[in-house]
Design a protein around this ligand. Structure first.
Ligand code: PLP
Length: 427
């Protein structure tokens, strides 16, 4: 007999903390037991019981073409035949870097790593190494992976789990991490002024997508650029979510603002564990073996991962209409959700930028972290359960984004809006 999700979870909690390998998957923020997934195809995922769900998690962003896309699957199958890892350079690493340099503004060189966490951690090291400064400025509610110095006022499941600042991180390490408020330039300027000639970089999610979805106010990102130039700090765009999602040029192209270092993950791996940090040649040649900033990886540039990422980036470049499709679907969904909220009298605010969106259970506009935290997470949990019941798989926590993929259809979106209406009415 095949095991049920509940049986698997009961076994899992005995050998994995919380039964999972990444906290949000445990469904704790929605007070349920997680579904164990058997397989996924297109816009749908299937649990071990065979239940089908319309998926708005999309593996937290990477599956922009939908699950099990034949182009990516076949690229991986071809790569596997040649061997899983060599610990030596391969042609695909060159090609993916060339492609990224060609598509992403203001970058001349790329270093591939194995996760978004690693990409951002290394980008911070590069910024510190290149400037000779120790302090960094991040924004409360922005998530940049789980390296020590960035687990301060973090978003995503660090926030949902009640530990935005992690235990196990020495005070000595985080005293170099300064925290500003997203969409509040004055809070950044105050820190830069008070720490003159000490701040290596300002790191930001250009669209904050780990506190729900909160877009930058007009002028916010450009203002960061100006402040960084004024104070000699580097500007890091953490595009682990926005990279190749807001378009081929990412947030830099979308908002017309130049970053000094850009980090990627998620989409560039096509579902495999990949990250990358990128910058000008001058900055990247600070990295080993060219320069004194050390960074390495046994499996970095892994041939199978590169094959998946390369196939996805190639497909996106050849089919820019993917972006028109997913952006239009997200707009349709956001508008439908707002209408459903108005008709059911539910106090819900929906934020949407490109193919990213999130509902907040508050009647007020959400443009800051404080606004986002104003959402009624108990209501989100009940809404999540209602949606799951209707076969719609959402992020099992308020402070996450909904992701559209090219496999989603108008019909999927319209069905989702009806489910939202029923869920909100049931609240
Ligand atoms: C997911 C994410 C990360 C961390 O990436 P991992 O691959 O989970 O380590 C970093 N920054 C942002 C903006 C993310 O969304």
């Amino acid at each position: 007999m095949k095991k049920t999700s509940q049986e698997l979870f009961d076994a899992a909690v005995k050998v994995l903390p919380g039964g999972v390998n990444s906290p949000v998957r445990a469904f704790r923020a929605v007070n349920l037991a997680p579904r164990f997934i058997q397989r996924a195809d297109g816009a749908h995922i299937y649990d071990v019981e065979g239940n089908e769900y319309l998926d708005y998690v999309c593996s937290w962003g990477p599956m922009i073409l939908g699950h099990n896309h034949p182009v990516i699957r076949e690229a991986v199958e071809r790569a596997v035949v040649d061997g899983l890892s060599f610990g030596a350079p391969t042609a695909r690493e060159v090609e993916i870097a060339q492609r990224m340099v060609e598509l992403v503004p203001n970058i001349e060189m790329v270093r591939m790593v194995n996760s978004g966490t690693e990409a951002v951690m290394s980008a911070i090291r590069l910024a510190r190494g290149a400037t000779g400064r120790d302090k960094i400025i991040k924004f409360e509610g922005c998530y940049h992976g789980h390296s020590d110095c960035l687990l301060v006022g973090a978003g995503s499941s660090a926030l949902a789990g009640g530990h935005p600042t992690s235990a196990g991180v020495p005070q000595d390490v985080v005293r170099h991490t300064l925290t500003a408020q997203f969409n509040d330039l004055a809070s950044v300027e105050t820190l830069l002024q008070a720490n003159e000639n000490q701040v290596a970089c300002v790191i930001v999610e250009p669209v904050a997508a780990n506190m729900g979805v909160v877009g930058p106010k007009p002028g916010f990102l450009a203002g960061l650029r100006t402040l960084c130039d004024q104070y000699g700090a580097l500007l890091i765009f953490d595009e682990v979510i926005t990279g190749f999602r807001l378009g081929l040029g990412g947030a830099q192209a979308y908002f017309g603002v130049k970053a000094d270092i850009v980090t990627f993950g998620k989409i560039i791996g096509g579902g495999m564990p990949v990250g990358a940090y990128c910058a000008s040649r001058a900055l990247m040649e600070e990295v080993a073996p060219c320069g004194p900033v050390y960074q390495a990886g046994t499996l970095s540039g892994n041939p199978v991962a590169m094959a998946a990422g390369l196939a996805q980036l190639r497909y996106l470049k050849e089919h820019p209409e993917v972006y028109t499709h997913i952006d239009a679907l997200a707009t349709r969904l956001a508008e439908g959700m707002r209408k459903a909220a108005a008709e059911t009298g539910a106090p819900v605010t929906v934020n949407q930028i490109g193919s990213l969106l999130a509902p907040f259970f508050t009647p007020d506009a959400v443009s800051t972290f404080v606004d986002a935290k104003g959402s009624d997470v108990g209501k989100y949990a009940r809404y999540f359960a209602n949606m799951l019941e209707q076969g719609i798989y959402l992020a099992p926590a308020q402070f996450e984004a909904m992701f559209l993929s090219n496999a989603h259809t108008k019909e999927d979106v319209d069905r989702t809006i009806e489910a939202v209406r029923a869920s909100l009415a049931a609240l």
